[in-house]
Design a protein around this ligand. Structure first.
Ligand code: SF4
Length: 125
């Protein structure tokens, strides 16, 4: 096994540092350079071993003028669950009222990650 080097942009904050992640043979954790903070170090390591993203989308809403409710996952999902997760949420519908941050689904596709409302919809709106 030879040294593996990956380069990408950190997306944790707007600074967008250019990260270089180097995995040496036999090394437990890859080395990360180009990061300006600890969060970038953790992002770089996770991105090469278990890349994850927050899923944001909308779901059907009834009982309100608004037809779609914006939602997001409460934590980043493994990347392979993004498309199936979006597909599963296309079939979900909720009725107003909905509170901001209300849990819409407690466990999306068995990932243990909840889906929450990112907008509140008061009764009769
Ligand atoms: S490494 Fe730190 S400062 Fe740089 S983009 Fe990532 S989170 Fe922001």
């Amino acid at each position: 096994m030879s040294e593996e080097i990956q380069r990408f942009t950190c997306i944790v904050c707007p600074l967008g540092c250019s990260l270089t992640v180097t995995q040496q043979p036999g090394q437990a954790e890859p080395a990360v350079t180009g990061n300006r903070c600890q969060r970038g170090l953790e992002y770089g390591r996770t991105e090469v071993s278990d890349p994850r993203r927050i899923l944001t989308t909308t779901i059907s809403l009834t009982g309100a003028t608004l037809r779609r409710l914006p939602v997001k996952t409460a934590a980043p999902l493994p990347k392979q669950f993004l498309l199936p997760g979006a597909e599963a949420l296309r079939k979900v519908s909720v009725a107003a009222p909905v509170r901001l941050g209300e849990v819409i689904l407690p466990d999306l596709l068995g990932t243990g990650v909840a889906v929450v409302a990112t907008r509140g919809v008061p009764p009769g709106s």
